[in-house]
Design a protein around this ligand. Structure first.
Ligand code: MG
Length: 294
């Protein structure tokens, strides 16, 4: 299932994304006299039961029930799947070719940093470039969404704690990132964590460690890689992070970017007002955001 949060007629809800329509899950449940949580966050946190309920609803729903609970995709505004994740964790230099293009040795242990939840925006929302930021860059990344509290999880068990996968653009102000010894400022601006368009549940991606990932700027292909090139794969990431801190439902973990960032181009190419960044990951969809200088 591709789960989305969206606005329809000024009302926020969540549901399943299909090519042309959205199925409002709380509405379908209500029509069939069943209960599903009213928010996507709660749906994720209780996913072991709610996913079963959803599958049973889908199997018993008649055509009319589905039609009544559906809205055309062009009538809604898709929102970032999770508005305010408890944590947004990100890995640095987790692709060999990206470490190489930035002249960094592949790390022996994951390099980890965090972004604030105020950085979250959804697809089609604007990335705001402040005029004092001169070196604005994109990083297309696969992001893990945690579905269950996780502490000291061995890599072999990691999958059970994952709700699904989304796309995150780890937008970075390189001038601020490298002025500091850590990256909170450079990667923590408002709007620097575009996320979405949906969360693909883990049962639907047979191998998240083998997905094509591409980023375009104004239609020009800049990043073209596969998630199998990660230094630390998804189970190892969960292992390393959950040794340090408890992972909670709705935590988002961005797994690092492949090569092809603007910083590594010759000459360097920074994002400017009006630029369009589009990231596509196989099995998830596309995340598109325009830059606005403000
Ligand atoms: Mg990154």
């Amino acid at each position: 299932m591709k789960i989305v949060r969206y606005n329809h007629k000024n009302k926020e809800t969540y549901g399943i994304l299909y090519p042309q329509t959205l199925l409002n899950l709380p509405a379908l449940a209500q029509n069939l006299k069943t209960n599903l949580p009213s928010t996507i966050d709660e749906f994720i946190a209780t996913n072991e039961t709610t996913q079963k309920t959803t599958r049973s609803l889908l199997s018993k729903a008649q055509e009319a029930d589905l039609t009544n609970a559906s809205v055309p995709l062009n009538e809604v505004q898709l929102l970032a799947p999770i508005a305010s994740p408890p944590k947004i964790l990100c890995l640095g230099w987790n692709y060999i070719d990206h470490a190489a293009e930035t002249k960094i040795q592949v790390p022996e242990e994951p390099v980890v940093f965090m972004k604030p939840h105020t950085a979250i925006i959804g697809t089609n929302e604007k990335i705001i470039k402040r005029p004092f930021v001169k070196e604005l860059d994109y990083e297309g990344e696969l992001a893990i969404v945690i579905g269950k509290k996780a502490k000291d999880v061995p890599a072999s068990e990691a999958e059970k704690y994952i709700f699904g996968y989304t796309i995150l653009n780890d937008v970075s102000a390189r001038d601020f990132q490298f002025k500091d010894k850590q990256w909170t400022r450079g990667k923590g601006f408002d709007t620097f964590a575009p996320t979405g368009p949906c969360i693909t549940t883990r049962d639907e991606l047979s191998d998240p460690g083998n997905l094509g990932i591409k980023t375009w700027v104004n239609g020009e292909l800049r990043q073209n890689a596969n998630t199998h090139d990660m230094v630390f794969n998804i189970p190892k990431i969960i292992y390393h992070l959950s040794r340090v801190m408890t992972l909670e439902p709705c935590d988002v973990i961005a797994t690092g970017t492949p090569s092809g960032v603007g910083m590594a181009m010759k000459p360097q190419m920074w994002l400017k007002n009006g630029d369009k960044v589009k990231i596509e990951i196989e099995g998830i969809g596309t995340l598109e955001n325009k830059v606005e200088e403000l």
